[in-house]
Design a binder for this molecule. Structure first.
Ligand SMILES: CC(=O)SCCNC(=O)CCNC(=O)[C@H](O)C(C)(C)COP(=O)(O)OP(=O)(O)OC[C@H]1O[C@@H](n2cnc3c(N)ncnc32)[C@H](O)[C@@H]1OP(=O)(O)O
Ligand SMILES: CC(C)C(=O)C(=O)O
Length: 573
């Protein structure tokens, strides 16, 4: 097949390719993630450091409380040596009784510089569980440009930093603090694998992880530059080659520069990672950290408990927007305003059928819809599971078809239009959206439906209005119907006979020159109980026109007479 793309003027030659990993017996492609990893939220550190206007103490606190409420057990709460604000925030949550639940570990980041390490450890005094997270860059460009040192020099920074953390922790923290240590070789993904391993091993030689003394080795894709598959290869390689693996918590920290951070995190978990660091809704430097909400919800949608509570996703989003002073994109997975909404005809048709099938299956099995496995086309999860309603699931514009319009009528007005009537009414809506452009709201759809089929109180129209109707049946089954009506503005009484009220009404209408034949009839109740309304749908041939009418009434005979009037009036409109 020919590819007609032409060379672009883009200076692509300026960029090199990422290195691939020689690991032909990789196992991660065959793996599945079947349990939630350990999660760390770095909203208050990596997320916060990327804000134009970093969070105020009050906003930080709101975010911290939200993260706790959601169920995060490891929360990076800041970079206390960066300044007084972060330091004071860490102190405030440690000092406030009950602010940090017993089972939550706070974590703080520091560079490998003695003064910063001392201040960082100092910020943790009195904490119940605390982790110091030390980082230094190990990637070639940092060695050359930032540290201007050899590999040995860079490894020494990590070793010295680790030693200092241990020393200051022993000196400054009391026995009440369960102390943990985390090390990150920055831009792990650009660092030669054997060197990354060498630095991590050297750090472990100092820290001496062992039973009851875990070490977190966090391997960041500080800037995402490769495919998620290469990222996974690097994780599998580290997972296989690290010594003391059983005492290592292997942690993944992807950024989203190529837009594939979520995939990178998921594949890293398949490749052996135990823990994920990220931010809600992908906040973070440049294009963001990996999105913890998407990752958690991806697990959920595969039947795996994320061990985080997303059941009120809009509340989480509101808090996030307040704290970060940013807005979540309307297409953001699982939470955006439009992600459970369909405009296009074939999607709406399938969604409507999906909902109908779920209801039917639930009724057949005598259970609630919520107990069934979710199986609605185009909706990866039930919006209700994250606290969304079905209201916005289907929205109608010029791309919509009968499914969308019928869904709105069924959902909002309990009207289950017969298929051919759905087609008829959707053409009316289509003409309206083509003419007016944009979206048509459920309220406008209902107004159009009322105006077309029902007596519209705001705009009464039509040749015939029926006021009363009385039918009697003789012993031969012949119905006689007497109707008080207004025809062309004149009050009159119409009488007709037939084998039922509808055919008697057709007969009566002959007397005012209306030739009408029945083609199809359907009815259903609109609610349960004695006062339930019924909807009757009648497809008629009126002269040479075929059209539908609808009647709604508590009495089914009256409903069917109204349906006939609806069709007849439409024929002469
Ligand atoms: C990938 C990440 O997100 S890492 C986290 C980044 N986050 C932040 O930096 C936010 C908080 N940081 C800060 O507020 C400031 O950087 C401070 C207060 C900690 C330090 O400020 P300063 O003392 O002015 O140093 P600055 O930030 O410019 O750091 C650069 C110096 O630290 C060195 N350095 C940078 N990172 C590290 C590290 N991880 N370990 C040791 N030294 C480091 C650099 O080589 C440079 O040294 P030089 O001045 O001798 O050339
Ligand atoms: C400190 C490290 C983990 C970091 O934030 C990064 O490399 O992105």
């Amino acid at each position: 097949m020919a590819n007609r793309q032409q060379p672009s003027p883009m200076p692509f030659q300026r960029y090199g390719q990422y290195e691939q990993v020689d690991i032909p017996d990789r196992t991660w492609p065959g793996k599945r993630v079947t349990v939630a990893p350990r999660w760390l939220s770095t909203d208050l550190r990596d997320g916060n450091q990327a804000l134009i206007d970093p969070m105020s103490p009050e906003r930080k606190r709101r975010m911290f409380d939200q993260l706790v409420k959601m169920g995060y057990k490891e929360i990076e709460v800041g970079f206390p040596a960066s300044g007084q604000t972060d330091f004071d925030f860490v102190r405030s949550i440690i000092e406030e009784e009950g602010a940090i639940p017993e089972d939550v570990t706070i974590s703080v980041l520091t560079q490998a510089r003695e003064d910063l390490i001392e201040r960082t450890v100092e910020s943790l005094k009195g904490a119940r569980r605390a982790t110091v997270h030390l980082y230094n860059a190990t990637a070639p460009v940092f060695r050359r440009v930032v540290f201007r040192g050899s590999k040995e020099d860079i490894k020494q920074i990590a070793v010295d930093g680790t030693r200092l953390v241990v020393e200051y922790a022993e000196k400054l923290l009391g026995p009440e603090t369960e102390f943990g240590y985390q090390y990150s070789p920055e831009i792990f993904t650009d660092t030669e694998l054997d060197f990354a391993l060498e630095v991590c091993e050297a750090v472990m030689d100092v820290y001496q992880p062992g039973p009851g003394r875990e070490i977190i080795l966090n391997l960041p894709a500080t800037v995402e530059r490769s495919t998620p598959s290469t990222h996974a290869d690097r994780f599998e390689w580290m997972h296989r080659n690290l010594s003391r693996r059983e005492h290592v918590v292997l942690s993944v920290h992807p950024h989203n520069d190529r837009g594939t951070a979520v995939a990178a995190a998921e594949l890293a978990l398949m490749a052996g990672a135990d823990r994920v660091e990220g931010c809600l809704f992908g906040q973070g430097e440049r294009t963001g950290n990996v999105d913890l909400v998407t990752l958690g919800m991806n697990l959920f949608s595969q039947g795996v408990d994320p061990q985080i509570d997303f059941s009120d996703i809009d509340e989480i989003r509101r808090t996030w927007e307040y704290c970060n002073q940013m807005e979540v994109h309307p297409r953001h997975p699982y939470v955006g305003d439009l992600v459970y909404t369909s405009f296009s005809g074939s999607h709406q048709d399938a969604i409507k059928k999906g909902f109908d099938a779920m209801e039917a299956d639930a009724a057949a099995r005598g259970v609630g819809v919520g107990e069934l496995e979710w199986a609605v086309p185009y909706l990866p999860i039930d919006p209700k599971d994250v606290g969304r309603s079905y209201e916005a699931v289907i929205r109608v514009n010029s791309q919509s078809g009968k499914g969308g319009v019928s869904y709105v009528l069924k959902n909002d007005h309990k009207l289950e239009l017969p298929r051919r009537m759905q087609i008829e009414f959707s053409k009316i809506i289509q003409a309206k959206t083509d003419a007016e452009g944009g979206e048509i709201t459920p309220r406008d759809i209902w107004a159009a439906f009322q105006d077309e089929y029902l007596p519209n109180p705001d705009n009464p129209w039509g040749r015939i209005q029926v006021r009363t109707g009385q039918s009697t049946t003789d012993t031969d089954g012949v119905d006689t119907l007497t109707v008080e009506a207004t025809v062309d503005g004149e009050d009159t009484v119409l009488t007709g006979t037939g084998n039922g009220p509808i055919s008697a009404f057709f007969d009566a209408l002959q007397s005012v020159g209306v030739d009408v034949r029945l083609l199809d009839y359907q009815e259903h109740t609109m609610s349960e109980g004695a006062s339930a309304q019924a909807a009757s749908y009648i497809e008629c041939a009126v002269g040479d026109k075929v059209l539908w009418g609808i009647g709604i009434d508590a009495n089914t005979t009256r409903a069917s007479l109204k349906a006939v009037v609806s069709a007849v009036n439409r024929a002469t409109r």
